[in-house]
Ligand binder design. Sequence first.
Ligand code: TXE
Length: 484
Amino acid sequence: MNIITIKNYINGTLVMPTSGQYLDVYNPATGAVYAKAPDSDAHDVQLATEAAQQAFPVWSKMSAEKRSKLLLKIADGITANFEKLALAESIDNGKPLSLARTVDIPRSASNFYFYATAVMHHASESHFMEEGAINYTLRRPIGVVGCISPWNLPLYLFTWKIAPALAAGNCVVAKPSEITPMTAYLLSEICIEAGLPPGVLNIVHGLGGKVGQAITEHPSIPVISFTGGTSTGAHIASTAAPKFKKLSLELGGKNPAIIFADCNYETMLKTVARSSFSNQGQICLCGSRIFVERPLYEQFKADFVAEVNKLTVGDPLNEASNLGAVVSEAHLKKVLSYIELAKEEGGMILTGGKRIQVEGICKNGWFVQPTVIEGLPFDCRTNQEEIFGPVVSIMPFDTEEEVLRYANSTQYGLASSLWTENLSRANRMAEEIKTGIVWVNCWMLRDLRTPFGGMKNSGVGREGGWEAFRFFTEPKNVCVKYGT
Ligand code: TXE
């Protein structure tokens, strides 16, 4: 099989890394190297930053309509390459092709469509003073922004940062995860095809500690938008804060699903199975701690295990597969280590708990059974730390106060789901749950206009809607006195 060699996208062209060095890129479903990505370094980041600086004056002063038209061409390019991108994402990340087709690639196109049109409606405020003055707020693009994204939803999260940054008039130096670089590379080709001016977007592939670090510390990149692990986010903050950089950090989560006995049972059961194991549990919004009101607990336990046992783990390219492979051998070991920890902490494995060997070409792939654990205390490590794999714990509760204490007990505060038909209780609980997103009787229902992000150790700032434009612009108050 021929090995695909990925290139950096700098100043409008596809180029090799200055070092001439490359990193192996694995197909998680086979465990084999299938591509090579640039092992770039600070020199490549410097070239990209210079290109972005040179492009900024024209791009930032281009009319919103012209920028919109170019971003719409990129969105159309994603749509035109839908199948190619979906297949690439599935092979690169290990996720089922069906998921890449229904979630990752449609959302990647939506990200560009949304911000290509939002920029046409982006306005700002004015404040009139009786003393005879008018204040107006100028929201202008900042300059070169750094966008660093993770491996779980590669193109989806990459474009979620790039689209608003470009729409707001900034130029971008972006780094996808070295574990899943392929669709970012294909996006480069789409941008060239769309006629995006050279230097407006630059994509530098490589390791976080080298390329990500170089972006974070570069003196000419005053804004960093990051999605990834909480510990990495803390490191980035420690590098960027003393340089007074503007930071957006979307980090980890340990999301609760809270189920009351009066819920719409069938809808809840199907949705909680999906929110637990979609993308092999590798979505920061997945629910990994399931709390069930005691009268419903035994029935839920039996039905949920039966539902999980229907899930097929296999070749991501097989339409029948509900779960594919986890993203890397290191991540496989991390997930399996947490299952062992759960047993040490007194957990009972109700289903799953092991690595799966899939027959045929995927026999060396990194597959884990969807795993359900009960009998763990709410405050043990398994229930406090982010596993980011197909592993959930379930436990009963008796009162709202008790389940709120459990749900809010972790260092994280990203997302939660709440299942009840009682309107008062839903709103009362939503106010008390300490997460940036609360889904009531649904999960992953996303309106891109809404503020997206978490509290506590799940991050700083919000993405989405006008929040993203506020982040990617500098507000200036101009006060004009005209009265005597
Ligand atoms: O994240 P990393 P990874 C969580 C999840 C996962 C853990 C690590 O628990 O197991 O994070 O996953 C770049 N300076 N989430 O390895 O390491 C890196 O190259 C600058 C939740 O993906 O944080 C990659 O491009 N950049 C999350 C990006 O940061 C650095 C989704 C993310 O890598 C860097 C994914 C550095 N020093 C993982 N070190 C979510 N909230 O969705 C690494 N990077």
